[in-house]
Design a protein around this ligand. Sequence first.
Ligand code: HEC
Ligand code: HEC
Length: 424
Amino acid sequence: METGNTQILKPHDEDRIPFILTLLIACLSAVLLLGQMTEPARGAEAGPSDLVKKGRQVFTTAGGVGCAACHGAYAEGDLGIGPYNRGVEEQKIRDALVSVEAMSFLREEMNEAKIKGIAAYYTWLGELQLVKTLAKRGRFIPDRLQIYPGTKVQLVIKNASSFPRKFGGGNMNIGTVKVAGRESLDMVWRAPAKEGSYTLECLDCRIKGQKLTLEISKSAKPHRGVKPAAIAVAAKTPAQPPARRNPEAVQKGRELFRTAGEVGCDACHGNYAEGDVGIGPYNRGFSEKKIRLALDKVEVMKFLKKELSDGQVKQVAEYYGWLGEHKLIKTVAVKGRFFPNIIRVHPGTPVQLVISNQDREPHAYTSRTMGIPPISAGGRERGDAIWTAPAGEGEFVLRCANCGDQFHKLTIEVSKEAEKFRPR
Ligand code: HEC
Ligand code: HEC
C-alpha cells in the first residue's frame, strides 16, 4: 500500500511541546519515509517555505493575540468573531486592515513583510483541506473521515483531556505525536493516489483500541480550496413570542447537552450549540422534531439514541428552545483585553454573553452596571451569563476583576442601530 506523506508543523502552543520532541518526530518520519521509497516518491512534499512559516508566526502573534484570536487557530473562522480566512488573497487582507474596525489595532504593526507573510500562509492554508477531530475519552469525534485521493490534508487533533496524549500507530506513517492537555496539534498529510484506509489511534488513553479512520475514496468530495458553505444561522421563520420554558427542564437539558453518551452534544455542536467545532452544525433553537430526526438519521449521532430516554430528548429540546431565544454574543479575553471589545445589541434583546478566557489562570469578569453576577471562567475555559438589554439605549461595561488590569474593558452598546435579534 502506498503511504501518505507527512510533515509535522510546530504546534501553536510551542512551550508545551519541547522542540526536541518535534525534531525527533520529524527525524522519525523522515526515516520511515526513506524506508518507503520503493514506490515512486509521489508528492515528496517540500516543507512550507520560510515565508509561509513567517506568516504562520505573525498569524499567531500579531498585536499580542494573533489573527488566530478572532479568526480561529487554523483561520477557519470557528470562534464566531472573524470569518473563515483560508485561501483569502493578499488584497483582501490589505482591505480588511483598512476597513475592519476590530482589526484597527493591527494597522501600524502590519508592515509589508508581515502582510506578504500572512498572504503566503493564507494561500498555503487554502491548498490544504482542513480535517479536524476531537480526541475525547479515548474516542475520536468524528472517527471516520472520507478524503479524495491525492488531497493534501491538514489534520488537526484536539486533545479534550487535560493530560497530554500520544497518537500514532496505524499506517499513516506519522510516527508518534504528542498533544499537550487541552491543546491541538496539526500536521500535513498527503493522501495517496490510490483508494485505501488509513488509521491512527491514541496510544496512552485509558480506553484503547478506538481508531481514527481516514478513508481515501473517490466518492469523497475533492478539495477545491474554497470556502465551505456558511453555517445556517439565518432565521427562516419570523420572530415569535418566546414560549414559557420550564427552568428545571432547561437545566437538565443543559447538563445532557454536555454529557450525553459520555461525549455530549457539545463535542460536535460547540459549547453553546453554535456549531463552532466544525463538526456538527449550528443547533440553537432547533425543535424536538429535528433532534429526533437527527438521532435517527445522522450516522455519527446514532450511538446517542439508546443513551437518551424519551423524557431526556424532551429536556434537550427545551434547552435548545431556550438557547434559540437568546442572542449569542462571544468575546475572547486575553490578559484583561477583550476581542472584540465593543459589541452592539438592540434594546430589549435577551443575550447569552460568552467569554472565552485564553489565559491559563482562572478569571472573573464583573460589571457594576449590568446587574449580573460575576462571570467566572477557568483557565482556557469559557464562562457565560444571561442578560437582557434594557429597553432604552445605553452603554454597559465589563472588566476582568483579577487580571491586574483596570484599563481594558468590554463595552456593550445598546443601540437601536444594532441589528434586531430574531429568536428561532
Ligand atoms: C479582534 C478580532 C480580529 C483580529 C485580531 C483579526 N481580525 Fe480579521 N476580521 C475580524 C472581523 C470581525 C472581520 C469581519 C468584518 C466584517 O465582515 O465586517 C474580519 C475580516 C477579515 C478579513 C476579510 C475576510 C473576507 O472574506 O473579506 C481578512 C482577510 C482578515 N480579517 C484578516 C486578518 C488578519 C490577517 C489578521 C491578523 C493580522 C486579522 N484579520 C486579525 C476580526 C479580527
Ligand atoms: C459525533 C458528533 C455529534 C454528536 C456527539 C452530536 N451530533 Fe448532532 N449532528 C452531527 C452532525 C455531523 C450533523 C449534521 C449531519 C448532516 O448535516 O448530515 C448533526 C446534526 C444534528 C441536527 C440536525 C441539524 C439540522 O440542520 O437539521 C440536530 C438537531 C442535532 N445534530 C442535535 C444533536 C443533539 C441534541 C446531540 C446530543 C444529544 C447531538 N446532536 C450530538 C454530529 C454530532
